[in-house]
Design a protein around this ligand. Structure first.
Ligand code: AMP
Ligand code: MG
Length: 335
């Protein structure tokens, strides 16, 4: 937690606010969440208003431990218990049939519910003190990258949130892996902090790779996790020439510089070298995108990492950041 201290008093205050229908932003190991009492339909609806996001998006219900699974899920399959045992607390979300306790406001009207136990001392203390489930989408406005520090949350939501608990920078830095356990075989809906390889090892069989290309799904915004600047994906070796071309075309160019390139090979307004370790890259990714936005770039050049381990989640977020954007909201395009 890098020296940040959250006192018991703050946790009690936060739990009280949740009981009273308030919104509390809290740290998790993935990104900061915008928390509400999952059983309070009005409070859950307020999280959508605070984010400026359409209300038909299902939320993840955060729990204090796997012992609460049966309270929130109608029928818990053995596979869910196995994955919970292996990966919770941690960046794995399981989609399961909802119990009547889960209001439809929290599931976007679906009969399934997404549940997870976050691996962060502040989140766990809050969940234990509160006792119930906490819905928490990422604590950012619709149209911005996810927050990985309390300061990002403050910049994003200001006084739209009743309290922000500061637990230091998020350690994983990208969202959880979502696994759907309601079909005939487990399926990854979104790659994230738990790797596909680790899931396959735990399950004992291969998992389908999700479609990480920016496919156009009707009714969904293909663009997500996007900074203000337009993100363009190019092969690493082409970045120096592409940066020159874009600069000559009048762009203020930012570069997420892959480890294979030396900074002096690129001329750009802002160059952010990315770490060679995918864990460090994932941890820093959203901060880097914010940093490039702040430097005034209107175009960000990036290349995809190898899709092993956490590289799969990083590549997924970069593809979505580079995806086509709804023309109605120039400059603000993600959820
Ligand atoms: P976020 O809270 O921004 O990390 O997003 C939550 C993610 O979980 C979204 O991508 C949702 O589509 C997904 N999700 C939540 N509940 C369900 C569900 N019942 N079925 C499928 N996906 C879900
Ligand atoms: Mg989000």
């Amino acid at each position: 937690m890098e020296g940040v201290t959250v006192r018991t008093m703050d946790i009690e205050k936060a739990a009280g606010l949740l009981r009273a229908g308030g919104l509390v932003a809290f740290p998790t190991e993935t990104v900061y969440g915008l928390g509400a009492n999952a059983e309070d339909a009005a409070a859950v609806s307020r999280t959508f208003q605070a984010k400026g996001r359409p209300p038909n998006h299902p939320l993840i219900v955060h729990l204090a431990g796997a012992h609460q699974l049966d309270d929130w899920v109608a029928d818990v399959p053995e596979t869910a218990r196995l994955l919970a045992e292996r990966f919770w607390p941690g960046p794995l979300t399981l989609v399961l049939p909802r119990s009547p306790r889960v209001p439809l406001e929290a599931t976007g009207g679906l009969e399934t519910v997404a549940v997870r136990v976050p691996d962060h001392p502040v989140a766990l203390a809050l969940l234990s003190a509160f006792g119930g489930g906490i819905t928490a989408p990422s604590a950012n406005r619709f149209g911005s990258v996810s927050p990985t520090t309390a300061e990002h949350v403050h910049t994003e939501l200001g006084d739209r949130v009743d309290l922000i608990l500061d637990g230091g920078p998020s350690d994983v830095g990208v969202e959880s892996t979502i696994v759907d356990l309601t079909g005939p075989t487990p399926a990854i809906l979104r790659p994230g902090g738990v790797t596909r390889e680790d899931l396959e090892a735990a399950l004992g069989h291969p998992l389908a790779v999700p479609a990480t290309s920016s496919v156009r799904v009707p009714g969904q915004h293909p663009s997500h996790y996007a900074p203000r600047a337009r993100v363009v994906l190019v092969a690493a070796d082409d970045i120096p020439a592409e940066a020159d071309r874009a600069r000559e075309a009048g762009h203020r160019v930012g570069v997420l510089l892959p480890p294979s390139l030396a900074p002096e090979t690129v001329t750009a307004q802002a160059v952010r070298p990315v770490p060679a370790s995918t864990a460090a890259y994932a941890r820093g990714l959203y901060g880097f995108l914010r940093e490039l936005d702040h430097s005034g770039c209107d175009l960000i050049l990036a290349s995809l990492p190898g899709e092993e381990g956490l590289g799969l989640a990083i590549a997924n977020r970069l593809r979505r950041a580079a995806g086509p954007r709804p023309s109605s909201a120039p400059g603000h395009h993600a959820r």
